[in-house]
Unconditional design. Structure first.
Length: 484
């Protein structure tokens, strides 16, 4: 049953071919067997999951179920989960048990989904390889000597190895799309404001957005429909109706105008990844789409802009971890300053400290204008490029990452090279647009992803374009060796 998609499992549950308890047990057994080699989970909720599965089975029996009732999933450990450790991949929150549920967690819980556990992640979602986690790196199921991508690397590894049929993630600068691409999965980052950020531990508030990592666009549509929507507890969530994403999947692609930005095909792109994008475009043309060359002239500014804006916001957001209210507190502080500095010094890892220092610097009185204010202006230019492009095209396509998964330890010594792995992702967050990554082939036996970027709130079009490509291909059906 673990080789089925979430949609297929939903059908089996509904037809009572399978109980949620059986399904949950089978995933828990796989987690027990495979997690030690992958390190995809920080917390496994054995008892809680079985209890939730039994409750779901009872709901299904008395016809009180919806499309999601009884389906298992995993949450990235950035989502506050009532009564459960919520670490955000950090020693700082290693002792933190959340007193409440994030809206995303609450919505899936109310739908009757079964939470298998909390997945590993880069510390406070800062990273592209899952190597900054306090709980150690996650291994890529396609090749355990390689990274699964980050920061939602635990979610991606868990789904790719079939330890969970779907998982949540968050994407501040690529952290859903990049790990999905490097593990052969579908990952969607919705429009900023589409999904509530309430209870999602903040990294960079103007960029963070929750989404899902699944096998197919059809599965993503099913989950997004339940998680999206206005939340009065998040002032940045948008009050706008949520379309029926599943019902729109078959919307014809005839006449779809695809923009291909010339800047995406730069010397940093592995030629074989570029060739895979062109092969995918051939399929879209067959489906009736037309491809237009476009330009995003300020695209080259997206990584430098992101690495001013994101650290600035993180330095402010992470000031709440002071050793006083919650999280790690140092032993026997001599005074308040000692309490702050040692608690933070001990609780945060090296990458988080680097970001806090960069962020504090760019916001400081002498440098604010030169860095932070300038980055706000270049952010506007980047956003404007996308808006102009969408006057002539319906979607933009390109690679999700410049290369397939790289080796563990390969980029940890050089933060700039690490940051560049998200070169095709960062601009989308700066503009607040939706993006999806779908499997489009293999390079060196490792999966690579096609990125589809949409206009604001046009998730419907992204999902239908992805779904129809997946009907023509079987990349999304491939399972890493040893996990079949
Ligand atoms: N890799 C990027 C960073 O380290 C993006 C992280 C994310 O999207 N959470 O900031």
């Amino acid at each position: 049953m673990h080789t089925k998609t979430l949609t297929e499992l939903a059908r089996d549950l509904k037809a009572r071919k399978l109980s949620s308890e059986e399904l949950t047990r089978s995933y828990l057994t796989r987690i027990e067997r495979f997690n030690p080699q992958l390190n995809a989970f920080i917390t496994v909720l054995q008892e809680e999951a079985l209890a939730a599965a039994r409750a779901a089975d009872a709901r299904i029996k008395c016809a009180d179920a919806n499309a999601l009732t009884g389906l298992p999933l995993a949450h990235k450990d950035i989502f506050c989960t009532a009564g459960v450790k919520t670490s955000c991949g950090s020693k700082m929150l290693d002792n933190f048990v959340s007193p409440y549920d994030a809206t995303v967690v609450e919505r899936f819980r109310q739908a009757g989904m079964v939470l298998l556990g909390k997945t590993n992640m880069d510390e406070f979602a800062m990273g592209s390889s899952n190597e900054t986690s306090f709980y150690g790196p996650v291994k890529n199921p396609w090749d355990p000597t390689r990274v699964p991508g980050g920061s939602s690397g635990g979610s991606a590894a868990a789904v790719a190895a079939r330890l969970a049929p779907a998982a949540t993630g968050t994407d501040t600068g690529g952290s859903i799309r990049q790990p999905a691409a490097l593990t052969g999965l579908t990952g969607i980052k919705p429009t900023y404001g589409r999904v509530s950020r309430y209870g999602m531990i903040a990294f960079a508030s103007s960029l963070d957005q929750a989404g899902v990592i699944t096998y197919t666009a059809e599965d993503a549509a099913l989950l997004l429909g339940a998680m999206a929507g206005f939340d009065p507890r998040d002032s940045t969530s948008v009050d706008r109706p949520v379309p029926d994403y599943t019902a729109e999947l078959e919307r014809p692609l005839k006449g779809l105008r695809i923009g291909l930005p010339k800047e995406f095909f730069d010397p940093g792109l592995d030629g074989r990844v570029g060739a895979a994008v062109h092969a995918a475009l051939t399929i879209y043309k067959k489906l009736g789409a037309e491809v237009r060359d476009i330009s995003l002239p300020n695209f080259w500014l997206s990584v430098p802009t992101y690495y001013v804006v994101a650290p600035a916001e993180c330095s402010s957001n992470l000031s709440r971890f002071d050793g006083v209210r919650f999280g790690h507190r140092c032993e026997s502080p001599v005074d308040l300053l000692d309490l702050y500095t040692r608690s933070r010094g001990e609780g945060f890892g090296a990458e988080v400290k680097r970001r806090i220092m960069t962020g504090t610097y760019v916001l400081s009185a002498g440098y604010y204008d030169a860095y932070y204010l300038k980055a706000q202006k270049t952010r506007t230019l980047i956003r404007q490029d996308f808006i102009t492009a969408f006057e002539n095209v319906d979607v933009i396509m390109g690679p999700s990452t410049p290369t397939p998964a790289f080796g563990l330890g390969e980029k940890t010594g050089d933060p700039i090279t690490m940051y560049l792995n998200d070169i095709y992702a960062n601009g989308v967050n700066l503009a607040g647009l939706p993006g999806i990554s779908i499997p489009m082939g293999f390079v060196d036996k490792l999966p690579v992803g096609l990125q589809i970027i949409g206009n604001y709130f046009d998730e419907t079009r992204l999902l239908s374009a992805a779904h129809q490509y997946q009907r023509e291909t079987d990349w999304h059906r491939q399972i890493p060796r040893g996990f079949e």
